[in-house]
Design a protein around this ligand. Structure first.
Ligand SMILES: Nc1ncnc2c1ncn2[C@@H]1O[C@H](COP(=O)(O)OP(=O)(O)OP(=O)(O)O)[C@@H](O)[C@H]1O
Ligand SMILES: [Mg+2]
Length: 507
């Protein structure tokens, strides 16, 4: 007898409906899976066999053929275990019928229990889009599935429980929809508070501007002045995410298997700081079946590259395209996928190999050619994409020991939120979230300047020999500074501040 059960697959970040067809026919006992299964799917046979037996059901000793349709799409991962088991139980008459409008998702353990499965959120989302009414998911992932409105989520602990439910013996209660609009933001972000950093007011202001508008920033300075400390304080001043942003980020983490099961919704902006030994695929994404890299895991948040010149040349160059397009497209034999990669870059570096070039009191021991070579590791095009260059000088003893209370992150964050609120109103009805995302058309339309600012900009363009990109970036940065000041036009002070961030001390 032929039976069907529906499930979902994830390619990139998108879910697809997959039909699992099970046919049991007379003949020598066999269990074959067709329809482009990968190794994990092939191995499902062993798990399904044991799980059915250990759930008090009978594994049919006949010829079982499982087809995963559409057959031209590669199937990966262990999430096909549950629909296969359901198909076999229906096909062998142990369960009368499986609901037509349901999806079954989950990996089985040998005792019939359901394990955590990655990618539940995108899979349940697509089931909802295709107007399926019920999703059977592992109980540990039920809260993640319940983020999707309009579909009944049945938390399933084991195959045995599911069989009782389908037979109508013991019904499992669905979990209620988790309304993310009322979600609690939870704990304060991890990492240091801005008040732990003594002095460095200029750098702190730059961080505030970067957080308010989503701009890219580079911190340069001698060793031990607080560059890493400053960057790590960034999460504490980043603005909250809208429900839409939260869902986008949660989908990425769900597919990557990085979602904490106790908090299925990510409410804080991501902050990723990969080490410089990371591979290119780890940074931008890749693999036979492409998976998100660090730039996608930083989507809607911050990618912090500490010791920037130590990152390989190709690694840094691969960032150029996603920094401009806000997405990254990866082509592999397994298919082409596009991942979102809308992040703000924060870099930190020393000015030279010894670290003391331009130091006020210590002498740099590097040859000029060494300094030049070191600084050249970061290419011109990448530097052109950086909006804010900040020098982080040594902190004086008085400042370090001083009792002056520094401004706390929550105070700074209040201003950042206020500036973001202005941007939210500005970009209502557009796909943009913050100033840094504007395209040339929006820059022309939305960056209104006062007359004296206009003439300063003209002079600066000539004197600093700015590229067209730099010109647009300065305007966007000035708009953020104006937003922080609560002004609806760009005044000369806002533009002047933006211009001084663009200047990098050269050798
Ligand atoms: N401005 C500061 N206020 C308070 N503590 C500081 C400051 N700067 C540095 N420190 C102390 O020094 C330690 C090292 O700072 P940090 O790692 O940020 O330096 P860095 O600038 O990143 O140096 P490197 O160039 O070597 O990476 C910090 O953990 C902190 O204890
Ligand atoms: Mg450091």
């Amino acid at each position: 007898m032929l039976a069907k059960a529906r499930t979902c697959a994830v390619v990139g970040l998108d879910g697809y409906i997959v039909e699992v067809e099970v046919d049991i026919s007379p003949g020598l006992p066999a269990f074959n899976v067709v329809g482009l299964p990968d190794t994990a799917v092939q191995e499902a046979r062993e798990r399904v066999r044991a799980a059915i037996r250990n759930s008090g059901c009978e594994f049919p000793l006949r010829r079982i053929t499982v087809n995963l349709a559409p057959a031209d799409m590669r199937k990966a991962g262990p999430s096909y275990d549950l629909p296969m088991a359901v198909g076999i139980l229906v096909s062998s008459g142990q369960v009368s019928d499986s609901p037509d409008s349901a999806v079954f998702l989950g990996e089985l353990s040998l005792d019939g229990g359901l394990r955590h499965t990655s990618g539940i959120l995108p899979m349940v989302s697509i089931a909802r889009v295709r107007e399926l009414t019920t999703a059977f998911v592992p109980a540990v992932d039920a809260r993640e599935a319940a983020l999707v409105e309009g579909i009944e989520v049945i938390p399933t602990n084991s195959l045995g429980d599911l069989v009782s439910h389908l037979r109508g013996e013991t019904r499992i209660a669905p979990v209620p929809f988790e309304d993310i609009r009322v979600a609690d933001i939870g704990d304060a972000p991890a990492g240091p508070d801005l008040s732990h950093v003594k002095g460095q007011e200029h750098a702190k202001r730059a961080l505030e501007v970067a957080a308010a508008g989503g701009h890219n920033l580079l911190l340069t300075g001698p060793p031990g002045t607080g560059k890493t400390l400053l960057a790590r304080a960034m999460p504490s001043i980043l603005p909250g995410m809208t429900p839409q942003e939260s869902l986008e980020v949660t989908k990425i983490y769900s597919v990557s298997g990085l979602l904490p099961s106790d908090k299925p919704l990510i409410l804080q902006r991501p902050f990723r700081s990969p080490h410089y030994t990371i591979s290119n695929a780890g940074l931008v994404g890749g693999g036979r079946l492409p998976r998100p890299g660090e730039i996608t895991l930083s989507h809607r948040g911050v990618l912090f590259l500490d010791e920037l010149p130590e990152f390989g040349h190709t690694a840094l160059e691969t960032l150029r395209q996603p920094m401009e397009d806000k997405v990254v497209t990866i082509s592999r034999a397994g298919g082409t996928v596009t991942f979102p990669a809308n992040f703000a870059l924060i870099g930190a570096m020393n000015p030279c190999p010894c670290g003391f070039f331009n130091h006020p009191t210590r002498e740099c021991v590097c040859a000029p050619s060494q300094v030049a070579r070191y600084q050249k590791r970061i290419s011109g095009p990448l530097l052109d994409r950086i909006d804010i260059f900040v020098e982080v000088p040594p902190v004086e003893y008085e400042k370090l020991m001083g009792q002056d209370s520094e401004e706390t992150s929550s105070q700074v964050r209040l201003r950042v939120e206020r500036a973001r609120e202005i941007q939210r109103r500005r970009f209502r009805g557009t796909p943009f979230i913050c100033n840094a995302e504007m395209g040339p058309a929006e820059v022309w339309k939305l960056c209104r300047m006062e007359e004296n600012a206009r003439s300063l900009l003209q002079a600066a363009m000539k004197q600093l020999d700015l590229s067209a990109r730099a010109f647009h970036r300065i305007l966007k940065l000035s708009l953020t500074i104006a937003d922080l000041a609560g002004s609806d036009t760009i005044g000369i002070v806002h533009l002047a501040e933006a211009l001084q961030y663009r200047q990098r001390r050269q050798t």
